[in-house]
Write a protein that binds this ligand. Structure first.
Ligand SMILES: *Cc1c(COP(=O)(O)O)cnc(C)c1O
Length: 427
């Protein structure tokens, strides 16, 4: 499926290829367990000698079909579907980092990821150094240590909507012998395929545009298969040395390019669960079938609205990489030539109360802790998603205290503008 077809076809047809007499539509395999004829057949599955389903904590056919579609869209060798985007980012790091290890991340990341990295992973003995992704290469390189195992960033950061220089990050990571992990949630593979720019692992919160209708929380980790773990044998011993919990099997030897993603299923899913449910995978698949139609509309609407806000006397500033005077315009032209996403950030003139009144006066643009679905919505990170962060941490994460994150939906753009206009008039 992968090589032959373009993204639009993969969105509709990828992942599930029914054989004679099987359902045309991806079925929900609502079963915890799978039947075999002999004890020997089952034993081979447990030893990873055969591939096949045995328990839905590790793998399930509905979930795998959606993973195959996302892997094809990103151009990877395989994907693991998780119960949330948080679980995806946790797994992406934890699959190659253990107590005593270190990794480097851009500071401009989603608030939940920021807490995961700086609070929870720290409790597990994994340390992170946060770097300004726009800093010069030499500056970023100072963060690397002998025990550094990965570099992490978001294609388009949530909520500040900055665009990452993926090639710059990839060259830094590879110079230091570590993989680049990119959270590609906001761009989606329709607008950017990070593997083409040197990223090694891609993660997603599928909760956002991929689902697109705000019905199911989920995540994905996709492996490009390109990182040469054996070239840094002593650094990635979890992949390059025998796993005693599978009778001394070595992932790089047994699975080659799919070593990283197979280890994630065999070890992390086995021990921690957090797999996407079959029903959520079914819903996600429906969303994916129209991703290639929805993304251009989100981008078109967001561009119009960014231009409208930019020209409005009551709007202090707008950050949208589609605006020619944006700091990220040229990076967006390079990495996101077909459009970035429907999310933009802006601040209004006046006090924090003015901003809150403005949001409260919106009619169908709802205040919700969500982003990137069909319905327009708005959020003030400093008082919602990022309220655990101090003002200093907010600025470090690229979140101005007056920043409002507007997620432009796929309604008629004239109606979205009219809603903004009537609320701006009341400031
Ligand atoms: C929402 C989000 C996450 C977390 O995903 P959940 O599905 O909410 O767990 C991670 N990264 C980015 C960029 C996000 O927008």
């Amino acid at each position: 499926m992968q090589k032959k077809y373009k993204s639009g076809t993969l969105c509709v047809q990828g992942g599930w290829t029914p054989k004679k007499g099987e359902p045309r539509v991806l079925p929900i395999y609502q079963s915890t367990t799978f039947k075999y004829d002999t004890s020997e057949q089952m034993a081979r599955l447990f030893d990873l000698e055969d591939s096949g389903y045995f328990y839905s904590r590790l793998q399930n056919p509905t979930v795998d079909a959606v993973g195959a579609k996302i892997a094809a869209l990103e151009g990877g060798v395989g994907a693991v579907m998780t119960a949330s985007g948080q679980a995806a980012n946790f797994y992406a790091i934890f699959n190659i980092c253990q107590a005593g290890d270190h990794f480097v991340s851009a500071t401009t990341i989603y608030g939940g990821t920021y807490n995961l990295f700086t609070v929870t992973l720290k409790k597990l003995g994994i340390e992170v150094t946060l770097v300004d992704p726009d800093a010069p290469v030499e500056e970023i390189e100072k963060a690397f240590r002998p025990n550094t195992k990965a570099l992490f960033g978001e294609t388009i950061s949530n909520p500040s909507v900055n665009v990452l220089d993926i090639e710059k990050f990839a060259s830094i990571a590879h110079k230091h012998g570590v993989p680049l992990i990119i959270d590609n949630t906001f761009a989606t593979p329709i607008n950017c395929r990070p593997f083409e720019w040197g990223a090694d692992i891609v993660t997603h919160s599928t909760t956002k545009y991929m689902d697109g209708h705000a019905v199911a929380v989920g995540g994905a980790v996709v492996d490009s298969g390109n990182f040469d773990w054996e070239a840094y044998h002593d650094k990635f011993t979890g992949l390059t040395e025998p796993d005693e919990s599978y009778h001394g099997l070595t992932y790089t030897k047994a699975f080659g390019k799919a070593a990283y993603i197979t280890k994630m299923v065999a070890q992390l899913m086995r021990d921690l669960g957090s797999i996407m449910s079959p029903e959520n995978a079914f819903l996600l698949n429906l969303g994916l079938e129209t991703l290639h139609l929805r993304m251009p509309r989100h981008c078109e609407n967001a561009q119009r609205i960014a231009e409208y806000l930019k020209a409005h006397p009551k709007v202090k500033w707008v950050n949208y990489c589609g605006l020619p005077d944006s700091q990220y315009y040229s990076l967006a032209q390079k990495y996101l030539p077909n459009g970035a996403c429907g999310v933009l950030a802006f601040g209004v003139e006046g006090t924090k109360e003015d901003a809150i009144n403005f949001m409260d006066n919106l009619q169908f643009i709802a205040i919700v802790t969500h982003v990137a679905d069909a319905r327009s919505c708005i959020l003030h990170p400093a008082s919602h998603t990022h309220r655990q962060l101090s003002d200093e941490q907010l600025l470090e994460a690229g979140v101005a205290p007056d920043l409002m994150r507007l997620s432009v939906g796929i309604e008629d753009v004239d109606d979205i503008i009219a809603d903004l206009e009537q609320a701006l008039e009341k400031i």
